[in-house]
Write a protein that binds this ligand. Structure first.
Ligand SMILES: O=C(O)/C=C/C(=O)CC(=O)CC(=O)O
Ligand SMILES: [Ca+2]
Ligand SMILES: [Mg+2]
Length: 404
């Protein structure tokens, strides 16, 4: 037997206990919980028949069991990791491989930051009002591609596609030259809803299992040409990265705050009694240099409003649905969550490792991390979503079409 020691300044203290899916050299994927710098194999450590749900390669079966079970399991795990534990079920975090924690069902990405939406409006639609007339009445979103959601550490291949400079006569095909990130939080649906029903904002905690850090990779040149009038498609569908540890909603109680004042008052279905603004601080690193610290607490629309909105028409949501918050951008420039904003569409370079930079170059490595207040008086961490960008794949170009 052993006792798990937690470093005093750990972001993975007993008030966090995020879930992930890991494997080791001699055993395949199963669910673990992170404590300090250790990963506990839950099925093995708990050993009871109910714990068989953790011997699965994805969190979905556990998430589908619902909130009473999430609360009970958290209490049981808290007790387990606070006492003596079989050392056979404890691994150093550096000795395990982390995998995509969930089987992603549907993926919807929102646009919930007023600062980001205003910046993008100015950059993409100069001369018109930055916010569209609907923006303060509903959380705007688009459907993303769930099959290309990948876990932190997965290399991202630069996408190819059509793009057309405003002054060019015709589009050309080739690797994106304006590859960007979007620093976001992702919210995971644990318990779905059936078609014909809807979820109120105050039912959020019954349905949302937890949160991850998310990078919505965006090819701005492909996006700017394709998006009218139906919204982003291939400019974003090539990859979305998420962090491996899912922080349960129960761990975020101390982070709950009001959203900024919503004026005009939203329609009744977007109102509620519960506070679902979240005081989460993000940090964006570009090749190891911190280039931005986006504050989630300034987001205009809450995740509870996003979930209420996508079900208000009777659409069903499912276990494993992923809701991207939209880029987190604060009021100040050093809080903007995308390089298109930080460089003002490639006009004002950001200094990375002493060099002026605009968009992502091959070989660049991007990491986004996040922390929040924990219930123990300190902070809890989400860990990071990190990835390296590889050159565009050869041969993706149709024969006879020159790259430009
Ligand atoms: O305003 C637009 O046309 C496009 C905006 C985005 O690219 C942002 C997006 O994906 C949503 C977000 O992350 O906030
Ligand atoms: Ca996005
Ligand atoms: Mg994406």
């Amino acid at each position: 037997m052993t006792v798990i020691s937690i470093p005093a300044d750990s972001l993975f203290g007993i008030d966090n206990l995020p879930y992930g899916v890991f494997s080791t050299a001699d055993e395949g994927r199963r669910v673990g919980v992170r404590v300090g710098d250790s990963v506990v194999d839950l099925a093995k450590a708990l050993g009871d028949p109910e714990a068989a749900v953790f011997a699965q390669p994805t969190l979905n079966p556990f998430m589908a069991q619902g909130r009473d079970r999430w609360v009970a399991a958290r209490a049981q795990i808290t007790e387990l990791v606070s006492g003596e534990i079989d050392e056979e079920s404890v691994f150093a975090v550096d000795d395990v491989t982390m995998h995509l924690p969930i089987t992603v069902a549907d993926y919807v990405d929102f646009y919930a930051s007023e600062n980001h939406a205003t910046n993008l409006g100015k950059l993409l639609r100069p001369g018109s009002a930055p916010l569209m007339p609907n923006w303060k009445h509903l959380p705007v979103g688009y459907h993303g591609r769930s099959s290309t959601v990948v876990v932190s550490g997965t290399d991202i291949v630069r996408p190819c596609g059509q793009r057309k400079a405003p002054t060019a006569a015709a589009p050309t095909f080739g690797p994106s030259v304006r590859l960007d990130i979007e620093a976001e939080m992702g919210f995971i649906v644990g318990v779905g809803s059936s078609m014909g029903s809807s979820i109120t904002t105050d039912q959020f905690a019954e349905h949302c299992f937890g949160a991850v850090v998310l990078n919505d990779w965006s090819a701005r040149d492909i996006q700017a040409w394709e998006y009218v009038p139906l919204g982003p498609n291939l400019g974003k569908s090539f990859a979305t990265s998420i962090s491996p540890w899912v922080v349960p909603l129960q761990a975020l109680e101390a982070a709950r705050i009001d959203t900024p004042v919503q004026d005009p008052t939203p329609l009744p279905y977007l109102r509620g009694e519960e506070k679902w603004g979240l005081d989460i601080d993000l940090e964006v690193e570009w090749n190891g240099d911190v280039v931005s610290r986006p504050p989630y607490g300034q987001m205009y629309w809450s995740p509870a409003q996003m979930l209420a909105h996508i079900t208000v028409n009777g659409a069903a949501v499912s276990t494993g649905d992923l809701l991207g918050s939209g880029t987190v951008s604060g009021a100040r420039k050093d809080q903007w969550g995308a390089f298109i904003e930080l460089t003002w569409n490639g006009a004002e370079p950001v200094v990375v490792d002493g060099e002026p930079r605009m968009f992502i170059e091959d070989g660049d490595e991007i990491s986004i991390s996040a922390t929040a207040p924990g219930s123990g008086g300190g902070r809890i961490g989400f860990g990071e979503v990190r990835a390296r960008v590889l050159p565009a794949a050869g041969g993706t170009q149709p024969p006879g079409h020159a790259r430009a």
